[in-house]
Design a protein around this ligand. Structure first.
Ligand code: APR
Length: 253
């Protein structure tokens, strides 16, 4: 795909043409208006727990019940949350861009999928998935993990949340890196840029020549790294940007 011509008209500097490849990174901020708390806004407490105190292999080894209850409570809360206009807008974007769009989310909720997105990489795992600490099999969560349901494959009652904890390797990094190196536009939505490797994705994309866009409520730790920045609630700025992206691409087809 030839790089966009300097004269390519675009949205606020974003240059689009037919076949433009997009990578969208989302963080907790995209789910905030669905009622799912972020990590670092309300003092970073989840149910009175600091994520760092429950989202680690050491915490699970030390006090598995607290960790299982913590994730069971988050799974229960997310079940009552609905996708918001930002999630729905990304699904509309996928309907137009198809395989030219990859959503990489740090979120473990399923709001992107319930909003209609299909091409989603959950680099920090998923609340609705469990992993057996006996045989390693991953499975869908069918009952609160505190009840110690059996692993569907080996039958052992040693399931943990299939969530990437601090110190563990995020999922999908090879595919994500490949997409970042090939993309023409990189968009970060609702992330503080506080946690790597996601915080470094903008630099990987920019070094490969992509136009970079931040859509966030307020300035983040990585705002200075972006070509284009739009601050406001995700339910406002994301649909706006998506509508412009779709209109620009359609005008070029
Ligand atoms: N619209 C847009 N952005 C928002 C909104 C909103 N309504 N509300 C909050 N934000 C922004 C905040 O300004 C902040 O920059 O979303 C970001 C949320 O940052 P964090 O709470 O740090 O969440 P995130 O960036 O996803 O955290 C990354 O850290 O704790 C780990 O594994 C956890 O995946 C998580 C990772």
């Amino acid at each position: 795909m030839p790089p966009p011509e300097a004269g390519d008209a675009g949205i606020g500097g974003t240059r689009f043409n037919g076949g433009m490849r997009l990578v969208v990174l989302t963080g907790a901020g995209i789910s905030a208006e669905s009622g799912v708390p972020t990590f670092r806004d309300a003092g970073g407490l989840w149910d009175g727990h600091r994520v760092e105190d429950v989202a680690t292999p050491e915490a699970f080894a030390r006090d598995p019940e607290t960790v299982l209850r913590f994730y069971d409570a988050r799974r229960h809360a997310v079940a009552f949350a609905d996708p918001n206009p930002a999630h729905l807008a990304l699904a509309r974007l996928e309907a137009v861009f198809g395989e030219d769009l990859l959503v990489v989310t740090q979120n473990i909720d399923d709001l992107h999928e319930r909003g209609g997105s299909r091409r989603v990489v959950h680099m920090h795992g998923e609340l609705l998935r469990a992993r057996c600490t006996a045989c390693g099999a991953a499975s869908s969560v069918t009952a609160p993990l505190i009840e110690r349901p059996p692993c569907p494959r080996c039958g052992e009652r040693m399931l943990r949340p299939d969530v990437v904890w601090f110190g563990e390797m995020p999922y999908g990094l090879e595919a994500i890196d490949e997409a970042l190196l090939a993309c023409d536009v990189f968009v970060a939505i609702g992330t503080s840029g506080a946690v790597h490797p996601a915080a470094g994705f903008v630099m990987t994309a920019a070094a490969a020549g992509a136009h970079t866009v931040e859509l966030n409520l307020a300035a983040s730790e990585i705002t200075p790294l972006f070509d284009e920045v739009r601050h406001g609630p995700a339910t406002i700025v994301v649909p706006q940007w998506v509508d412009e992206a779709i209109a620009t691409r359609s005008a070029r087809e």
